[in-house]
Write a protein that binds this ligand. Structure first.
Ligand code: GDD
Ligand code: MN
Length: 414
């Protein structure tokens, strides 16, 4: 390989997370392709990196001599993993190293690596030897035999986890079930959607903007790529010998966030979102905030009017409770649902103006609520609870839509 003698670090791209159709040119690379690029994302893997590179090189030298590359993408580890990796480049000529200083996270690290990769097949493997390297051969073979995506799985024949605690097994399976409910079309396509060990044909993901949160890059590849044939190969998730896992509760939250984001931007909902211009994401947030208001309203009503507490008159209590709930909803909507808009108009008089508008619109919403309830109950379905549900739905859409157009109006931003 002509250019690999220099051991300079790879430049990190900072544009959108998109894989080009063919390898990028520049930095000593002339747009020539090779068969396989394997990304090794690392964070604090100083103790492991040399071993990993050695084992992977030995294997791949055998399977694909001269036709592969290893790309370490390190997030500026405090233990200077990138430096150790860089020092190995003299010995392993197919090794390239990226040190990211402005971005963090496992999924985006993998994509940044793929962006500079030269392979027609793009893969990823953990940098801590928990993914047995021997499986690479079977994965590569699956792709040769026509799979678009080959996933190493803990949940097919030959797969498993070595000694996970009951709690971690439960959490892992729970996460999978949640994924199956929210995103059956993505999560249901593989037995191990949490796998971080897989390879995919470049063609299947080139040109689409990937937008992952957190750890689970495979979800993003299946959700947004155009993948027809999937192969799975069993593997046993080994124990970590050196260093420690970076998984904390935060990864579980990010996982749910990722599922919801994919849910809203792919499939039917994604099409509605994009084509009909209905801001589903905002609407869901608005609905959740509304729900929180119900609880606030109930709690205040109890505190003020219950015989065991203040025992104030019901109507007076309800008016106060309702207004406090409106105030609660306003705060959350301003800080969350419409945060992007309110950020641009932070001054107090702007906030006050929004709050007054919100109040008036919600009051009108209440009137609409009562009207629809009566209309539906008297003329359509003589069931007060169904009628009330319809009324609440209509009033919520009214509240949302009018507030979107009048209170958090994007157009009157400077
Ligand atoms: N660049 C970069 N940036 N690498 C990271 C980061 C990060 O923010 N966080 C973790 N890594 C690297 C680690 O150094 C390791 O090489 C790999 O990503 C996996 O991280 P671990 O913290 O070891 O994860 P794990 O062993 O708990 O989880 C693994 O198993 C899951 C299966 O349940 C990962 O392989 C997951 O990808 C896999 O889904
Ligand atoms: Mn690990």
């Amino acid at each position: 390989m002509p250019n690999s003698q220099s051991n300079s670090l790879l430049t990190v791209q900072s544009d959108i997370l998109q894989i080009p159709d063919s390898p990028p040119t520049g930095a000593g690379v002339n747009g020539e392709t090779i068969h396989f690029s394997l990304i090794i994302p690392t964070y604090k893997e100083r103790e492991n990196i040399q071993n990993v590179i050695q084992i992977l090189s030995r294997l791949l030298d055998e399977y694909l001599p001269g036709d592969y590359e290893l790309i370490v993408v390190d997030d500026d580890s405090p233990d200077r993993t990138w430096e150790v990796a860089q020092s190995l480049m003299a010995e392993y000529h197919q090794l390239r190293v990226m040190r990211r200083q402005n971005e963090r996270g496992l999924s985006s690290a993998v994509i940044r690596g793929w962006q500079v990769a030269r392979g027609r097949v793009l893969g990823v493997i953990d940098g801590d030897l928990q993914h047995p390297p021997e499986v690479l051969g079977q994965l590569l073979r699956s792709i040769e035999q026509g799979a678009d995506l080959a996933v190493a799985s803990r949940h097919v024949d030959g797969g498993g986890v070595s000694s996970w605690s009951a709690i971690r097994r439960f959490l892992s399976r729970g996460a999978q079930v949640l994924g199956l409910i929210l995103l059956p079309g993505v999560v249901g396509r593989v037995s191990d959607p949490m796998s971080g060990y897989f390879m995919v044909r470049r063609d299947c993901i080139a040109g689409v903007t990937l937008n992952p949160v957190g750890y689970k890059i495979l979800l993003e590849v299946i959700g947004r790529g155009s993948i027809e044939r999937i192969a799975e190969v069993g593997y046993v998730f080994c124990e970590r010998q050196e260093g420690e896992s970076k998984v904390t509760w935060k990864q579980y939250v990010e996982y749910i966030h990722h599922l919801l984001r994919l849910r809203l931007s792919t499939g039917i909902l994604g099409r509605v979102n994009q084509n009909m211009g209905f801001p589903i994401r905002r609407f869901l947030r608005f609905g959740l905030v509304g729900l929180s208001g119900v609880f606030v309203d109930m709690a205040i009503l109890y505190l003020l009017s219950d015989p065991s507490t203040l025992a104030l008159p019901l109507t007076r209590s309800k008016i106060i409770a309702g207004e406090i709930a409106i105030f609660n909803n306003f705060l959350w909507n301003d800080a969350w649902t419409f945060a992007d808009v309110s950020m641009q108009q932070k001054e107090w008089h702007h906030r006050l103006k929004r709050f007054l508008k919100f109040n008036i619109i919600c009051l009108a919403g209440l009137v609409i609520n009562v009207l629809v309830l009566n209309l539906v109950f008297n003329f359509v379905i003589p069931n007060r609870y169904i009628a009330n549900l319809v009324a609440i739905a209509v009033a919520t859409v009214w509240n949302f839509w009018v507030n979107l157009k009048l209170s958090w109006r994007v157009t009157d931003v400077k």
